[in-house]
Ligand binder design. Structure first.
Ligand SMILES: Cc1ncc(COP(=O)(O)O)c(C=O)c1O
Length: 441
């Protein structure tokens, strides 16, 4: 009778080992789809991003990189951590698929309260105008998939939040087309002339949509109402969808410099605009995106919202694939609790704004002392600094740095080699995340 030891798997080669040593089996990995090309390109970015996250400075990693480049808002983290840790109240429904794959009725009600309070919607927002998902990026991915065919494009003013590139190319296979606008005032309506010129040039990449990032990441300003109207007219003229990214809507703050030179503006949401009457644009083209990541300092909870009030066909089509990005019920329950708690909501919004304003004052002083020009911000989480006078013509090994891109890469890596990560503004300056700047400058 065979003993156990004679038949044990430990002495027999595993299937895997047998395959590895079989010369008939090809060494190339099994095929992935052609569609996966976009994701493979996105992976290169994600690997670098992961590497950065793992090399970050912390008390446990004192030699790590100081991360000024990623938009993570830690200013309210202590309060939010306490609140969320003590307010998770899951119901039976939270253990099921709930009452909607596009979120939950609880979350829809809570988001509508938030929008009514801060965005001044012209038309009441209803459940059937909303799609919630696991972060705004996930919603943009789905939207791109539904609005654009492979190889088509989405327009945006330069400089723009670089994460859009992965969001629209990674799966949907589309291209971000950055349009250079006037640098003296990148918020003014006349900037749409550059977009018109691009469209009139019979471009090789066919655009299907345009993104308006208001408040602007990375430049930190609110667009004036006239520019919102100009974007609507532009979308109508060229048969495009208009995607209004308002993820920094509540991150507004005082800035004495802007107040004293008369350039300070309030945030105006596209939801408050009478698109059809004021611009002649079909409101079915206009969609607003919002999320929990920035104003509520919760990138990790993954919660985003699409508000589309005049396009039931798009909303319904998105509903069809909404389970793929469904918000996890703990995140849904936590954000709903906060949005329904008027006192805490007010405290989170106003304290965040005060802390952002204090950080701006700190940065203004710091950069004034260092002789570094900055673009004065009034919203979002960044300060755009002009380091062009620090660009070098020759690197440490005497190699000539001819193009602007080479010189910027040289500066970028000098920062990295000295333990600091700063997001590059591609020829216009560099972006510093305001939220946790103070301890490090
Ligand atoms: C302008 C803008 N939109 C969208 C996002 C992504 O948001 P989410 O974390 O909800 O995917 C970011 C994140 O930095 C952002 O800055």
């Amino acid at each position: 009778m065979a003993s156990i030891t004679e038949t044990t798997v430990f002495t027999t080669p595993t299937d895997f080992d047998a395959e590895a040593s079989d010369p008939k089996i090809e060494k190339t990995p099994p095929r992935l789809s052609n569609r996966s090309k976009g994701s493979q390109a996105a992976a290169a970015f994600m690997e670098k991003f992961e590497d950065l996250l793992n090399r970050q400075y912390s008390a446990q990693n004192p030699d790590g990189l100081v991360n000024f480049g990623v938009a993570e808002n830690t200013l309210m983290q202590a309060e939010l951590k306490d609140y969320f840790n003590s307010h998770l109240d899951l119901q039976d429904l939270d253990f099921t698929y709930g009452d909607s794959c596009a979120g939950s009725k609880r979350l829809f009600d809570a988001v509508i309260r938030l929008l009514n309070r801060y965005f001044k919607p012209l038309k009441p927002v209803l459940h059937e105008h909303l799609i919630c998902g696991a972060g705004q990026s996930a919603i943009l991915d789905q939207l791109t998939h539904l609005l654009c065919d492979d190889g088509e494009g989405i327009l945006v003013a330069n400089p723009f939040y670089s994460g859009f590139i992965n969001d629209i190319s990674g799966r949907a296979g589309c291209h971000m087309v950055g349009i250079d606008v006037e640098t003296s005032d990148p918020s003014c309506p006349s900037n749409l002339a550059a977009f018109d010129a691009y469209m009139a040039s019979n471009p090789p990449i066919r655009p299907r949509a345009v993104i308006l990032c208001n408040p602007n990441n990375p430049l930190g300003f609110n667009y004036p109402r006239e520019t919102l109207l100009a974007y609507c007219e532009f979308a109508q003229k060229w048969d495009l969808h208009l995607l209004c990214d308002e993820i920094y809507a509540l991150s507004q703050f005082a800035n004495k410099e802007k107040e004293s030179d008369g350039t300070k503006r309030d945030f105006v949401s596209m939801l408050s605009v009478d698109v059809a009457r004021e611009t002649g644009c079909d409101p079915a083209r206009v969609h607003v995106l919002y999320g929990m990541s920035k104003d509520f300092g919760a990138n990790g909870l993954r919660l985003g919202v699409l508000v589309t009030q005049h396009n039931p066909q798009l909303r319904r089509t998105l509903l069809g694939i909404s389970l793929l990005i469904k918000v996890s019920s703990p995140a849904d329950a936590l954000w709903s609790a906060l949005l329904n708690d008027d006192k805490m909501l007010e405290k989170v919004v106003t304290t965040n704004q005060q802390r952002l304003a204090e950080t701006v004052v700190y940065c203004q002083d710091f950069f004034r002392t260092q002789g570094v020009p900055i673009i004065q911000p009034e919203a979002a989480h960044f300060i755009f600094i002009d380091l062009r006078s620090f660009l070098r013509q020759t690197d440490d090994s005497d190699k000539k740095l001819v193009t602007a891109a080479e010189q910027e890469a040289d500066l970028f890596y000098s920062f990295i080699n000295n333990g600091v990560y700063v997001a590059s503004g591609k020829g216009r300056g560099d972006r510093l995340n305001l939220s946790d700047v103070q301890p490090y400058l």
